[in-house]
Design a protein around this ligand. Structure first.
Ligand code: MG
Length: 169
């Protein structure tokens, strides 16, 4: 109880959607997944890293990825979303926050992601300098319904738990 009283917690949620276009591979969670489609976007369009970035910014009360890295800014054309995530996380960590855990869901009709989940967890953990045990990635199809089910788009959700010492200097 004494420890709880000195630790401050915050949760944040992140969500993102990107269209899919013909011609792979797919960039997802910082890894390259062999596929015949790729996400469309101003940056490298990594829908999962964008959701993770927004969850961390949200938990810290620091706005969102669109405000930090506007998609109208030519500097971010084709940007590596891993670098954007690290940049956002540095700003959050500078406020004394540490990551408790991240729980993510990717919604994608194809391809099956089970074989890629360990590499995605590992890559997200590396980008944030945490353990892969602190990162969970789940995958759902669109049950053949709607834009996801038709293979026209993919979505990602992330919930992040942050903690920091209330008595930090
Ligand atoms: Mg995005």
């Amino acid at each position: 109880m004494e420890r709880l009283a000195t630790i401050e917690h915050r949760v944040g949620c992140g969500h993102d959607t990107h269209r899919l276009r013909p011609g792979g591979p797919l960039r997802l969670g910082g890894v390259t997944v062999p596929h015949d489609q790729a996400f469309e976007g101003h940056s490298d369009a990594d829908v999962l890293l964008h959701a993770v970035t927004d969850a961390l910014l949200g938990a810290a009360g620091m706005s969102d990825i669109g405000e930090l890295f506007p998609d109208t800014d030519p500097r971010f054309a084709g940007a590596d979303s891993g670098r954007l995530l690290q940049d956002a996380w540095q700003r959050v960590a500078a406020e004394g926050w540490r990551i408790g855990n991240l729980d993510c869901i990717v919604f994608l009709q194809r391809p099956k992601l089970s074989a890629h989940k360990p590499a995605i967890r590992q890559r997200i953990a590396e980008l944030l300098e945490i353990s892969a045990q602190q990162v969970n990635v789940k995958a759902k199809t669109g049950e053949s319904l709607g834009a996801i089910g038709r293979g026209e788009a993919g979505e990602a959700l992330c919930v992040a738990l942050l903690e920091r010492d209330k008595r930090r200097p």
